[in-house]
Design a protein around this ligand. Structure first.
Ligand code: ZN
Length: 128
């Protein structure tokens, strides 16, 4: 990758991120913060990789936190670091937005909210 191409990609990515800061400002997931700059830079190297909804770091660079809602169905939207940094109430909007983006949700919003708000230690409630 040439330096010019690299700078163009970084510039385009930063432009999208900055523009997203002004769309849906009530959603914390869309706002570019200082903490997310590292995530934005890492996304340049892994553009096809999914990311943590809070810090935007790619999944191959952070450990995801899985919230289980059945014995073999779970979801992750936050990395372990972000999950531990937030209260259950602060985590809920990230889960809600991911769930609403699913074309065919495997769980109702009300049920998932109960599970997210009750999850305090990251244990899988479906496993003994
Ligand atoms: Zn994170």
């Amino acid at each position: 990758m040439t330096p010019t191409l690299y700078l163009r990609i970084v510039g385009a990515l930063l432009s999208v991120m900055l523009a997203s800061a002004f769309v849906g400002c009530s959603r914390p997931q869309r706002i570019l913060t200082v903490e997310r700059i590292e995530g934005v830079i890492e996304q340049v190297f892994d553009p096809s990789m999914g990311t943590c909804s809070r810090c935007w770091r790619p999944w191959n660079r952070v450990k995801s936190h899985t919230t289980w809602f059945e014995s073999y169905h779970g979801m992750f939207t936050l990395c372990e670091t972000c999950w531990h940094a937030l209260s259950p109430t602060e985590r809920w909007p990230y889960y809600r937005d991911i769930l609403r983006s699913w074309p065919e949700p495997k769980i109702s919003e009300g049920k998932l909210e109960q599970i997210v708000l009750a999850e305090k230690f990251g244990a899988n409630p479906w496993m003994p």
